[in-house]
Design a binder for this molecule. Structure first.
Ligand SMILES: [Zn+2]
Length: 556
């Protein structure tokens, strides 16, 4: 007992006094050494450390990173803020480095936006008990040490002078270190610029500043209106039935595991039994929801990708609404990312439908379980957008009811790397099976409505997913270096005979078009085209159905 008491007593008595600059230097070194495993791995790839050059490069890089973080801290902290700020950074960095190494994530601005917009449910699913040892070592221990440190107080004049001198010294040191590593770093930065988003915590501090800056400027600007001349084509007046077009926005479904696109497993058996036109070569606009969702409904798209422009202007849904079609967005996820601003929205992720919702999440059937009621409330033409939870990871096993647990064994933890790869893929494929069921059931509902509506359905996923290939999990790798599985997505179109006739759509022609490359950029113009909406911003070159329309389309 006495020894425990004496250790505790010594700990209580241990209280080193440090200046802000010294503490910032220690913290810079700590972050550099403890939180940058992925960065070091990329930077040292291909080096065997047999020559002095490799060691010089390593030393130069170490000084660069440590000085960079020292400068950030020395610029932000004073003697009152240094401890709370460091405590915050230590905790955030421990979470960030765990998340980065577990799933190989680059914390660039779009990824950070994803993190900031995530809801508690999504965040909760990302972190399992497996992260506790990491948090203990990289957050709790440093916090305990930090709590014992006393900050030396100087008069303001020597404090300011010392800070200025240390900042100047830091800049000089950084410049010197950069010069020594420049030759070695240049090819790395040229071939893999995104590697800078692995430098932690500078990556998320930089991304945070970028996101807050762009959100602040967007908040002061009004959304740019587009398609002000949008109207319904005169052919609409001749239609006997109202149109019901369902757009299903999938989540995290990748083309590689899509039965209809040739996956070894038939993960889409129900769609295969229906007259569905499957687009087998579709690329997404982004590798995460925050990029893809606004982009796929935007007139700008990936070709002219400009995030501020896309977020700062209206979406396709506003144009359809302006033309006179009713638009309804139904959401079973974390929202529409600005796409549905100005149109009616149903949030269903917190619904309480027995058998479909467990109080936390709902299965995707919730999106259509009350379709009759929805149609009774909104008569006339309707464009219904259904935003799925789909294959949202890492807890794929929570995305489907037990009846769809066809492929086993199933990975039942968010720590995907702890499962056999096969079990991860099984859980993922079961979730695809469920999406197949939800889509087929929706098509059947639409078929049942074909006496009163001309109906059609278009499904497309927002981005793909890595399932352990090359050690990568989840998605969100910067677009320029993203693996194919994160950008190749399934897309399928179903058109009722009534719709095809009324809108003069040649489905055989569409089936042929479906074998050609397609991207999210086609969505905006294809929906305008297939819904016979006229506007000067419509680009027939991007409309997948432009050459597959008969007389009605030809009159455009
Ligand atoms: Zn997504």
């Amino acid at each position: 007992m006495t020894s425990v008491a004496s250790v505790f007593g010594r700990w209580r008595a241990w209280s080193p006094a440090l200046r802000v600059e010294t503490l910032a230097l220690f913290a810079g070194l700590f972050f550099t050494l403890s939180s940058n495993r992925l960065f070091w791995r990329s930077a040292f790839a291909g080096r065997d450390f047999t020559g002095a050059g490799d060691w010089l490069f390593a030393a130069g890089l170490l000084v660069t990173l440590a000085t960079l973080h020292f400068l950030i801290l020395a610029a932000l902290c004073n003697r009152w803020t240094v401890k709370p700020l460091l405590a915050l950074l230590v905790v955030a960095t421990a979470f960030a480095s765990y998340y980065m190494t577990t799933y190989t994530v680059f914390l660039d601005p779009s990824m950070l936006r994803n993190v900031l917009r995530t809801d508690v449910k999504e965040a909760g699913e990302l972190f399992g008990l497996g992260m506790l040892p990491h948090l203990l070592l990289y957050a709790v221990v440093p916090l305990l040490l930090l709590s014992r440190i006393r900050i030396v107080r100087d008069g303001w004049r020597p404090a300011v002078l010392r800070r200025l001198a240390s900042l100047v010294l830091g800049v000089l040191l950084l410049a010197g270190a950069l010069l020594t590593i420049f030759q070695d770093m240049a090819p790395l930065m040229r071939n893999n610029k995104e590697v800078r988003y692995l430098i932690t915590p500078a990556n998320y501090l930089y991304s945070l500043a970028r996101v807050l800056g762009s959100d602040a400027s967007a908040a002061t600007r009004e959304r740019q209106k587009i398609g002000l001349d949008a109207t319904l084509d005169p052919s609409w007046q001749a239609r006997k039935k109202p149109a019901l077009f369902v757009v299903v926005v999938g989540e995290t479904a990748r083309a590689a595991n899509w039965g209809l696109s040739g996956y070894a497993r038939q993960t889409t058996p129900l769609l295969a039994e229906r007259e569905v036109i499957n687009f087998s070569q579709v690329t997404s606009c982004g590798t995460n929801t925050e990029v893809s969702l606004p982009c796929m409904f935007s007139v700008y798209g990936r070709k002219k990708y400009d995030e501020d422009k896309i977020r700062g202007s209206e979406s396709l849904l506003n144009v359809l609404d302006r033309a006179g079609l009713r638009v309804l967005w139904r959401d079973n996820q974390s929202g529409c990312k600005g796409v549905c601003t100005g149109v009616e929205t149903h949030k269903l992720d917190n619904a309480k439908v027995p058998g479909l919702c467990d109080g936390e999440r709902c299965f995707d059937e919730v999106l259509t379980h009350d379709l009759d009621q929805v149609l009774a409330d909104r008569q006339g033409n309707l464009v219904l957008v259904l935003h799925q939870l789909g294959n949202h990871g890492p807890s794929y096993y929570k995305r489907y009811p037990d009846a769809f647990r066809r492929y086993t064994p199933v990975c039942e933890t968010p720590d995907l790397a702890k499962c056999e790869r096969e079990a991860v893929v099984n859980a993922y494929d079961n979730a695809i099976l469920y999406t197949d069921y939800v889509l087929a059931k929706t098509i059947d509902l639409l078929k049942a409505k074909s006496d009163t509506y001309d109906t059609a359905l278009l499904y497309v996923s927002d981005h793909g997913e890595s399932l352990g290939e090359g050690g990568l999990y989840l998605h969100g790798v910067p677009y320029s270096i993203a693996p194919k599985v994160q950008v190749e997505v399934p897309m399928a179109l179903w058109v009722s005979p009534g719709y095809a006739q009324s809108f003069a759509l040649d489905t055989a022609c569409l089936a042929k078009r479906a074998t050609q490359p397609t991207t999210h950029d086609n969505l905006f113009h294809s929906l305008l085209g297939m819904l016979d909406v006229r506007t000067s911003i419509y680009d027939a070159g991007l409309d997948i159905a432009a050459t597959c329309r008969g007389q009605v389309g030809a009159a455009k």
